[in-house]
Design a protein around this ligand. Structure first.
Ligand SMILES: Cc1ncc(COP(=O)(O)O)c(C=O)c1O
Length: 370
């Protein structure tokens, strides 16, 4: 088994704590325990015994998660250490060497690299810039065959921030159903829609072989909890619970408690609205910055999430440009190269507003010098 380097995560691991401003993040600026909870709840946390807890997620947590999705019950939920673990376990549970997967591009390349490392045959279909980062469904249909075991989508998408309309989600469901393939939807940016309308989850289509992977790192701004989940039919949940025994056994006891509270129906929208308010203000700031370069960027604003993915019209490779910006301004951006798309940059615009302003001011002379 040989895994190719996961460029985006590797570069973030190396640089994110060394730069003055990190605009490589894809989530909103994180919350603190104090900002989220009353002193009663903090006292409860202080007095909790740090046992393994429930390896499938506590009943409270699974109930809170199930309440997000119409018709779901706790038995449809398995808790994980981040949606990254949910993704990894899904691949380990469903696929073997030589199996065929059809995968959306561009995308967060964890599932891609991990599956290829296991010897899965990964075919890709595109979100097209010319279609406002939407797929061409005929292209997807032409790739899916009787051999396709799994179709993977990321909705809302990383890095473009595009959201698939309801009809497209249903159409992808029909394509998968026509060959009996599973659909895995990474929905970790769901809830961070700028128009405040939660996008269609794959859970909402009438098909049994769907898996939603989601978590608290992005739309909820709580990546330090390392809290994710899978939502699927009961058999799959039993199967991935058993695979989870081999990966990390259980999620952190405190993360479980905190997440169960954050996801209670009466609390959840408060957190998501805080995200949406921050993103709306910051996006206006970022757009004004892009416009100050008079057409040097081609930028389709995101529908959701804290990422702005822009094509640039300067004659410099994106990894070199990111290095130049980091060296000259101590600001970290994401290179299109790390997605296999040179001449694009991903800006994390979900930083604290004052940090975003300061970082954009710092990088302006670097771009002016190109
Ligand atoms: C689409 C997508 N899925 C999963 C992850 C992993 O997130 P986490 O494990 O923090 O939930 C990321 C992180 O950037 C992501 O962009």
């Amino acid at each position: 088994m040989k895994f190719e380097p996961f460029q985006l995560e590797r570069q973030q691991s190396i640089w994110e704590n060394k730069v003055d401003y990190n605009l490589s993040e894809s989530g909103v600026h994180p919350g603190t325990l104090k900002s989220l909870f009353s002193s009663n709840f903090i006292e409860k946390i202080e007095n909790t015994e740090l046992t393994y807890g429930f390896t499938e997620g506590s009943p409270e947590l699974r109930q809170s998660i199930a309440s997000i999705y119409p018709g779901a019950i706790p038995e449809n939920v398995q808790a994980f250490n981040g949606s990254a673990e949910a993704n990894m376990v899904a691949i380990m549970s469903l696929l073997e060497k030589g199996d065929e997967m059809v995968y959306m591009m561009p995308n967060y390349l964890q599932i891609y690299g991990f599956s290829r490392g296991l010897g899965v045959d990964v075919k890709t279909f595109a979100l097209h810039e010319s279609l406002n980062w939407q797929p061409d469904l005929d292209e997807l249909r032409s790739l899916v065959t009787d051999k396709t075991k799994l179709i993977c989508i990321c909705n809302p998408n990383n890095p473009t921030g595009s959201v698939l309309p309801k009809e497209t989600v249903h159409a992808i469901g029909e394509i998968a159903q026509s060959v009996g393939a599973w659909i895995l939807a990474d929905e970790v940016y769901r809830g961070a829609e700028l128009n405040r309308e939660e996008c269609t989850s794959i859970w909402e289509i009438d098909y049994d072989k769907t898996i939603v992977n989601c978590g608290l790192s992005k739309a909820y701004g709580l990546p330090g909890l390392r809290l994710g989940w899978s939502l699927a039919n009961k058999d799959y949940i039993q199967k991935c619970w058993a695979t989870h025994d081999y990966t990390s056994i259980a999620i952190g006891r405190l993360s479980d408690m905190i997440a169960a509270h954050v996801l209670l129906p009466e609390n959840r929208m408060k957190t998501l609205n805080r995200t949406r308010d921050a993103l709306t203000k910051n996006l206006a700031l970022f757009q004004a910055w892009v416009e100050s370069f008079h057409g040097k960027f081609n930028f389709i604003p995101p529908d959701a999430g804290a990422m702005a993915f822009a094509r640039y019209d300067w004659d410099i490779n994106s990894s070199e440009l990111v290095e130049k910006v980091r060296n000259e301004a101590s600001v970290m951006l994401v290179a299109g190269d790390w997605y296999g798309m040179d001449h694009y940059l991903r800006f994390g615009y979900g930083a604290k507003k004052t940090d975003l302003e300061a970082a954009l001011e710092r990088i302006t002379p670097v771009f002016n010098s190109l």
